[in-house]
Design a protein around this ligand. Structure first.
Ligand code: ARG
Length: 455
């Protein structure tokens, strides 16, 4: 392709380090779409003849068919996807294939292909995130009032509902989705026509190719167009944050699945057994989702390191932008699908969770709040009295609700039997009606809001 000024072939080692077709073959579809748009524009602008365009489009169409059929001959000697396609085009339609590369360089070509791929990955990911949110909503709805302990420091803190807990993840994944939508909006400008780096002397129409490829317009600086990869960094950053959020839910599933917690059951579909311990049912899928975050953050870090300190414009370093990005999105796609599957599959053990919700003095705050509300005691003092009540219950090995009224009155004489109305986890949960709180009616309101957003 560039043999004109060369007299001998590259060393085998040179080929080995240079060749990228092994991984950039994943850009085949994007490369063909870019070429079709480019050829159409060249003809419309009179840069190539109408007959040549027809011939070129026919050849590109034939290559698309070969790609779809899996018969396209990928060859290492043609280095990358761009030259593989061009070489094949020449085999199919002859020397007129050489006109396709007018007013274009592999620099804007690869920038375009990779951007199109990342844009599609963002779209797929956003759809998957919404599917996961749908699964969470479907699971939250019947459990808007199902009690469970809420934790801080992984210590029982206050009773909440299982629905409320799941809806926390709906919020998190909602932000993840909006990060992808946001990244997509910012990346949706076309580098095509920037050519090698400085633009083209041919009367090309960059707005036309941008529009044909679904972009909002062309990138406005040719040097920037061929050299930026910040769109991929941004997508990987959004992916990393999403994977971090996924890993948190995965970790909770692992914890909830332990016999010690016993909060949920996962069916055989999302668990594995042990080859030696017959009693085991392991949450492998959740563990793997928890681990996949490494791929995402690794890919972000890798690309950040590749790009850091690179002068304008294109450098071959940038060929290393793809593998990590492809693998990262593969991992994220699998993680999101597995998580949606697990969420649909899991069944809470409401009895065990309710029991746990009522243990560990989880309604201590309710007791303190009652003292403030009913007796007008300052919260700090109420906190102190409640602390003494907890100590008393701990010594006796019972819960707060089991303390005799007389004992509570020995700590604060004005306490009445009405106190016991707030000491159950159900009452505690029902009382938390502040916006975004855990009361079942608040949870149902949030479920309704999200159903609306997602429909
Ligand atoms: N395979 C190359 C890459 O992925 C395509 C661009 C090559 N450009 C060049 N000037 N050598 O970056």
């Amino acid at each position: 392709m560039w043999g004109g000024r060369f007299t001998s072939k590259p060393a085998e080692l040179m080929q080995a380090i240079n060749v990228s077709i092994g991984f950039d073959k994943r850009l085949a579809e994007q490369d063909l779409a870019g070429s079709k748009a480019h050829a159409a524009m060249l003809a419309k602008q009179g840069v190539i003849s109408a007959e040549d365009e027809v011939t070129i489009q026919g050849g590109l169409q034939a290559i698309s068919a070969e790609m779809a059929a899996g018969t396209f001959p990928f060859r290492d000697e043609f280095e990358d996807i761009h030259m593989n396609v061009e070489a094949r085009l020449r085999e199919l339609i002859g020397p007129v294939a050489g006109r396709l590369h007018t007013a274009r360089s592999r620099n804007d070509q690869v920038a375009l292909d990779f951007r199109l791929w990342v844009r599609e990955a963002c779209d797929r990911t956003l759809a998957q995130i919404q599917a996961l949110q749908g699964a969470l909503l479907a699971k939250a709805e019947p459990h808007a009032a199902t009690l469970m302990p809420g934790f801080t420091h992984l210590q029982p803190a206050q009773p909440v509902t299982f629905g409320h807990h799941l809806m926390a993840y709906v919020e998190m994944f909602g932000r993840d989705g909006s990060r992808f939508a946001d990244a997509r909006r910012r990346m949706n400008f076309s580098p095509l026509g920037a050519a090698a780096l400085a633009g083209s002397p041919f009367p090309i129409d960059r707005h036309a190719t941008a529009q044909a490829l679904g972009f909002d317009g062309p990138l406005a600086n040719s040097l920037d167009a061929v050299s930026t990869r910040d769109f991929a960094l941004e997508a990987l950053a959004a992916g990393s944050i999403c994977a971090i959020n996924l890993s948190r839910l995965a970790e909770e599933i692992v914890i909830w699945m332990t016999p010690q917690f016993g909060f949920i059951r996962l069916s055989d579909a999302f668990t594995t057994g042990s080859s030696i311990m017959p009693q085991k049912k392991n949450p492998d899928a959740a563990e793997l989702v928890r681990a996949k975050v490494g791929k995402l953050m690794g890919a972000f870090t890798q690309l950040a390191i590749v790009m850091k300190g690179l002068p304008l414009t294109y450098s071959k370093d940038m060929q290393e932008d793809k593998v990590g990005t492809f693998e990262a999105f593969d991992a994220l796609e699998l993680s999101l699908a597995a998580m949606a599957g697990m969420v649909a599959d899991l069944e809470p053990n409401a009895e065990r969770m309710a029991l746990a919700a009522g243990s560990g003095f989880s309604t201590a705050t309710d007791l303190a709040d009652w003292l403030v509300r009913e007796l007008g005691i300052p919260f700090r003092d109420a906190h102190h009295v409640t602390g003494a009540a907890v100590k008393m219950a701990e010594t006796r090995g019972c819960e707060l609700a089991d303390l005799p009224l007389a004992d509570l009155q020995s700590l604060e004489s004005r306490i009445t039997p009405a106190i016991f109305d707030v000491l159950t986890p159900a009452a505690s949960v029902a009382s938390r009606r502040s916006y975004g709180g855990t009361s079942p009616d608040q949870v149902r309101a949030q479920i309704a809001r999200w159903k609306d957003i997602l429909s």
